[in-house]
Structure formats: structure tokens, C-alpha cells
Design a binder for this molecule. Structure first.
Ligand code: GTP
Ligand code: MG
Length: 293
């Protein structure tokens, strides 16, 4: 048994300090990888360009711009290496939602296999949107599917395009988005944060600083396919997508069944009219025959 005199205090202290220093150096060297997610046109690529100095395609037109998942070169922020990943929006008109999800899942699963866990996720929402439309809800729903409740502490909901609305209107929308159960409230309740972006480099850097010191955690979509050997269609996100497609297909089927019913009714009415008209003409024919015979 060791007595107090036998412990070499300076040696233990040095060992402890070196252990923590090594741990800290390893932590500082770890790259912070952050996917940027949100509806098409919500400003994802612009944000990445402004903060990383990259030159991603940013489009002024109405068409969706980014059509692949792409990591930009690492850049330095407060001595840490940060890598941002650009993604297409889920409401992209040229890509199916399942294609977008497949791309994101494949990219993130490959990075997870190579040892990259994500420092967090940035979700983009335009404060200038006057309504939380079905498309915004779908995009946010997919973001929720990508993150488990545990990883939401590493997520930031970024609102931008503040210059497009009066501050009063923007404030009111932000408050509503934050307190409504159907909008961002459950995510915020589970540790996600909301931040305003004013389209400047310093505001983008401050947003990334919100998750700079967080412990990187794998996203649900990374854990599920890799750790559990699942196919993408079997993950929560994939199941949500399939269920939405099924609901969509059911809605279309119901609509067409209704239209078929209406057409059948119209056909019955038309046949009745034809029968009535035929009767009328045969009556007239009878009169004419009798008149001229
Ligand atoms: N006012 C304002 N406009 C912005 C901001 N960020 C982006 N924009 C504009 O919004 C449009 C779309 O920006 P993008 O960065 O291409 O949006 P995206 O989310 O990458 O779009 P997709 O690639 O189609 O998914 C462009 O015209 C940008 O100049 C912002 O913070 N404020
Ligand atoms: Mg883009």
C-alpha cells in the first residue's frame, strides 16, 4: 500500500497535465464538420461562401441551384478547423426528396465510416417567409428526422433575410416560430438554438461559434445505417419519406377515384339526355310521317 510520502506529487501533476494537454490538442485538431440544411433558396450556399471563402454556386433565379452534397475546404475559426457541407433543399423541383435524402445519407454515412462525427447541424429558415408553408414544414421535418433529440443540442436554426422584413414583423415571426408546437418549439425544447444571420461574415462566424465547443455527436442518419447495418429506406428519415410518398399516392388515388366517379355520373346524365333527345326526335319523326303520309 502507498503511503502519502511515497507518491511523487510533481510527477503525478506533470502526468495529469500532459494527459489533459494531449487530450486538448487532439480535440483542437479535430475538424468540426457541419452540414447546412434547409429549403431551396434559403441561403445555405451563400452562408457557406461568406464564412469559408469558398465559391459555391449561388443563383438569383427561381430554379433550385445546388444539386449535390458537397464539402468545402476547411477554414480556420478561433484556431479550429471547420468544414461546412452544402446540401440541396428537400423541395428541389428537379430532384426527388428520396434522391436528396439518399445523397445526404450516403455522404454522411461515408464520413462517419471514416471517423467524422458531426459537430452540429445548421438549419436555414428565411424570416421573410410570410407563412410556414408545407414545404418549410417538410424541410424542417426532414431536419428533425436527421437529428435525434440528443443531437439537437448541437443544432442551430438560423433565420436570415432580416433585411426583407421590418424588424417588428421579423420579431413577431421569430417569436411565433419559437413558441409554436408545430414549428420550432419542440426542437428548441430539446436543446436546439435559434440565431439571426445578417449576411455578414462576422454573423456567420458567431453562429458557428455557438457549436464550436460542443462534443461532436453522430446524427441519427449516420448512426442508423452504419451502426445498425440499415438500408437508407429503413432509417427514420427514409421511413418518413416513404410514408409521405404513400400518403401522397393515397391522396392522388382518392382524387382520381373521385374524378372517375364524377365522370361516370356525367356519362349517365349524357346517356339520359341522348335517350331523351332520341325519343324527342323519333316523336317528331312520327309526326312528320303522319303529316306527309
Ligand atoms: N437578403 C438576403 N439574401 C440572401 C441571403 N442569403 C442568400 N440570399 C440570396 O438568396 C438567393 C438564394 O441563395 P442561395 O445561397 O443560392 O440559397 P440555397 O439555399 O443555397 O439554394 P439552393 O442551392 O437552391 O438549395 C440568392 O439570390 C442569394 O443572393 C441573406 O442572408 N439575405
Ligand atoms: Mg445552394
Amino acid at each position: 500500500m502507498c503511503t502519502r510520502q511515497e507518491i511523487n506529487v510533481p510527477e503525478v501533476a506533470i502526468a495529469l497535465v500532459s494527459h489533459y494537454a494531449l487530450h486538448h490538442i487532439r480535440y483542437l485538431r479535430q475538424r468540426l464538420t457541419l452540414p447546412v440544411i434547409g429549403a431551396t433558396g434559403s441561403g445555405k450556399s451563400s452562408f457557406i461562401d461568406i464564412v469559408s471563402g469558398s465559391n459555391l454556386a449561388v443563383c438569383e433565379g427561381l430554379r433550385p441551384c445546388t444539386d449535390t452534397v458537397q464539402a468545402v475546404d476547411a477554414f480556420d475559426l478561433d484556431g479550429r478547423q471547420v468544414v461546412l457541407i452544402d446540401t440541396p433543399g428537400f423541395d428541389d423541383t428537379t430532384l426527388r426528396d428520396t434522391d436528396v435524402l439518399d445523397m445526404i445519407a450516403a455522404f454522411l454515412a461515408t464520413s462517419y465510416e471514416r471517423g467524422t462525427t458531426l459537430a452540429g447541424v445548421l438549419y436555414f429558415h428565411r424570416i421573410s417567409d410570410p407563412r410556414m408553408t408545407g414545404i418549410s414544414r417538410k424541410n424542417f421535418g426532414m431536419f428533425r428526422m436527421l437529428c435525434s433529440n440528443r443531437t439537437l443540442q448541437n443544432a442551430v436554426i438560423v433565420t436570415n433575410m432580416w433585411g426583407e422584413v421590418s424588424l417588428q414583423v421579423g420579431d413577431a415571426r421569430e417569436a411565433e416560430l419559437a413558441k409554436e408546437y408545430f414549428f420550432f418549439e419542440p426542437a428548441l425544447d430539446n436543446g436546439a438554438r435559434m440565431a439571426r444571420h445578417d449576411n455578414t461574415t462576422s454573423s456567420a462566424e458567431n453562429i458557428i461559434r455557438l457549436i464550436l465547443d460542443n462534443r461532436p455527436l453522430p446524427l441519427r442518419i449516420q448512426e442508423e445505417p452504419v451502426a445498425e447495418g440499415k438500408d437508407i429506406s429503413e432509417t427514420s428519415a427514409g421511413e418518413q419519406m416513404q410514408s409521405e410518398s404513400r400518403q401522397g399516392a393515397d391522396r392522388v388515388a382518392t382524387k382520381y377515384q373521385q374524378q372517375i366517379k364524377e365522370l361516370q355520373n356525367e356519362k349517365v346524365q349524357l346517356l339520359k339526355q341522348i335517350k331523351h333527345r332520341d325519343g324527342f326526335f323519333s316523336k317528331i319523326g312520327g309526326y312528320l310521317d303522319r303529316m306527309f303520309s
